[in-house]
Design a protein. Sequence first.
Length: 136
Amino acid sequence: MLRFQAKKGQVSLEFIIMVSLTLLIFAGFYSALLHKQMNAIKYNTDLEAKMLAEYIGYEVNLALTHGENFTKEFELPYKISVYEYNVSYETSDNFTLIYVYYDNRYSIGYTIANLSGSLNPGSNILRNTRGMIYAN
């Protein structure tokens, strides 16, 4: 009766191959999950920036609709997620575009008011003087 006996070297080689393939599969799953997590964080940051731009537009519109000599203080967050940001705007005849810049990206909001001044993270004051909104 012939019996096949595995050599110790062959068994350890098969074990190493099996462990390597298992690690490769786990690395692929981990990479896919990490990519999905990074996309979710980026999406949430973009959404937070968009909400901030729209909030600024809302506050400026509120100052405009409350009329002459209206003054309001409001707070802007110091960071969007973990990113510092700055706010700028472009005023045309009928509206103002509000840009929130962060992490080499930007988000846009708008308002129907004419805006002058600067908006910064932290406390800000809006004043309505003869239909023109002055910030800080």
